[in-house]
Design a binder for this molecule. Sequence first.
Ligand code: ADP
Ligand code: MG
Length: 339
Amino acid sequence: MEAKLGEFDLIWRFFKAGSESMAQTQTDQVLLGIGDDCALLGPDAVQSLAVTSDMLVEGRHFFSNANPQWLGHKALAVNLSDLAAMGAKPIGFTLALALPHADSTWLAQFSQGLFRLAQQWQCPLIGGDTTQGPLTICITALGHVPFGAAIKRSGANVGDDIWVSGTLGDARLALGALRSEWPLNQSSLEAVLPRMHEPQPRIALGMQLRGIASSALDVSDGLLGDLRHILNASQVNAEVLIDQLPISCTLAEQTEHLRRQCAANGGDDYELCFTVPTSKRMEVESLSTTLLPLTRIGSISSASNGTEPLLILRDANGNQLTAADSVRLMQSFDHFKSN
Ligand code: ADP
Ligand code: MG
């Protein structure tokens, strides 16, 4: 029997390989293709164009009775978050929508959530496509970034600090409570629900990190799994202080197991995880006081020299977690393997 194909194996085997085999026919306009938060196109020598697509599917990414206003917000937020991860400034977006039926109340609320966020970041809707079908929302966002200034996943260097913005794990805590995976009292649930429904793309931070961060990505599938993408792309190993991950007061009240699971492995946070040389630590600390809290969670320890990158987890006392605990914490979300 064929082994279960994961999301990334699938993309790499059938799409990245195909796109690379076209390399000779490609123009030199494609500066960066599949594998990062955005593709980069080089229309001129001053600005690069950053392009990203993300899709939300009913029953997979949201419950069928989801509030349409939140959906409109989230569909755009997850795309703007990918622009933020590259340090790009939003320019505009397209919207491809499959709808089971045309419900004007639903559409009014959906567009309200969508345009409120679009307005906040001066990012207009510039086109799209609409069809009947199972509710699916696909947005493609475009941004620009000065030539050579985009922050890629592949730039992390040995000795760099690893940082993360805001707090991690609340979206997963809320989702687990809604799915009855664990109990959560009403006031705690209300405190964490906005993190699940209305994530805030860290665009201002991403733009400020140009010239400071050596690599970055947005945390969409869980911190440790996503950090692995940086390690793979940069060919480096890392150490992370698992009890140093920034969490909200609400998550801090939960058991150690739940705290660690949600913070290390919970998806849908849309914070930025980035690496910075130690010589620029003060610049990050200053952004942390002016923009939003930024926390140092570990470091890039060594080069992986072409082998599978190592991610070592340490507890509050600096002790390395057991292999079993590490494995449990490192299972980030994969749309196909988790079926
Ligand atoms: P992100 O979570 O940042 O949106 P993904 O994990 O969804 O990124 O995707 C990883 C990389 O694979 C990205 O560069 C993305 O553009 C690319 N990718 C995903 N699906 C496809 C596809 N069907 N065809 C081509 N590239 C894809
Ligand atoms: Mg991303």
